[in-house]
Design a protein around this ligand. Structure first.
Ligand code: IMP
Ligand code: MG
Length: 175
């Protein structure tokens, strides 16, 4: 285990099993459709790549860069879009893939940004949900949630602290 991590909250095996279930569920829900996955950079990259490769139906992908955190472990309160999608969203069945639903500012922003491009449908898939951290007025309601967790600051499997620890294969609680 990494020395900056106090304990492993979600192991590699737990991640693998749950992501397989999520991919099967999304494949069933979108049977006969051709969804476009929109991965939110950078935190969702590892989750997205495992979810996407487990999909059992034809689908495409795109990437959107948004960040709400500055340095450290608390949100800056505003969301910056630093890279927009390049695929056409109009008429597509879009599935937003995000690492974590925390205060909700990022997902609320991303959802509204993509809805303005007139997708046929839009759903949200998050690996982690931290309901205790939600800000008032935020109501994203992700259709797919990997794990609901207590309000720890977690790192690994894409999630960072000052850009570090993203490569860890598990979700760990940061010291
Ligand atoms: P929100 O906008 O507050 O919901 O935060 C979403 C973003 O904050 C995520 O995309 C993460 O990059 C980051 N974030 C929130 N909680 C954590 C955490 O526990 N560890 C690492 N990053 C986090
Ligand atoms: Mg992020």
């Amino acid at each position: 285990m990494h020395p900056d991590v106090t304990s492993i909250l979600i192991s590699e095996e737990q991640l693998r099993a749950r992501i397989k279930e999520l991919a099967a569920q999304i494949s069933r829900d979108y049977a006969g459709k051709h969804p476009l996955f929109v991965c939110i950079l950078k935190g969702a990259v590892l989750f997205f790549s495992d979810l996407f490769r487990a999909m059992e139906i034809d689908c495409t992908c795109d990437f959107l860069g948004a960040s709400s955190y500055g340095a450290g472990t608390s949100t800056s309160g505003s969301v910056e879009l630093y890279k927009d999608v390049t695929e056409q969203i109009d008429g597509r069945d879009v599935i937003v893939v995000e690492d974590i639903y925390d205060t909700g500012l990022t997902l609320d922003f991303v959802k509204n940004h993509l809805l303005a491009k007139h997708p046929a449908s839009l759903s949200v898939c998050v690996l982690l949900d931290k309901p205790a951290r939600r800000l008032p007025g935020i109501d994203v309601r992700p259709e797919y949630v990997g794990f609901t967790i207590d309000p720890y600051f977690v790192v690994g499997y894409g999630l960072d602290c000052d850009q570090e620890y993203r490569h860890l294969p598990y979700i760990g609680i940061k010291k």
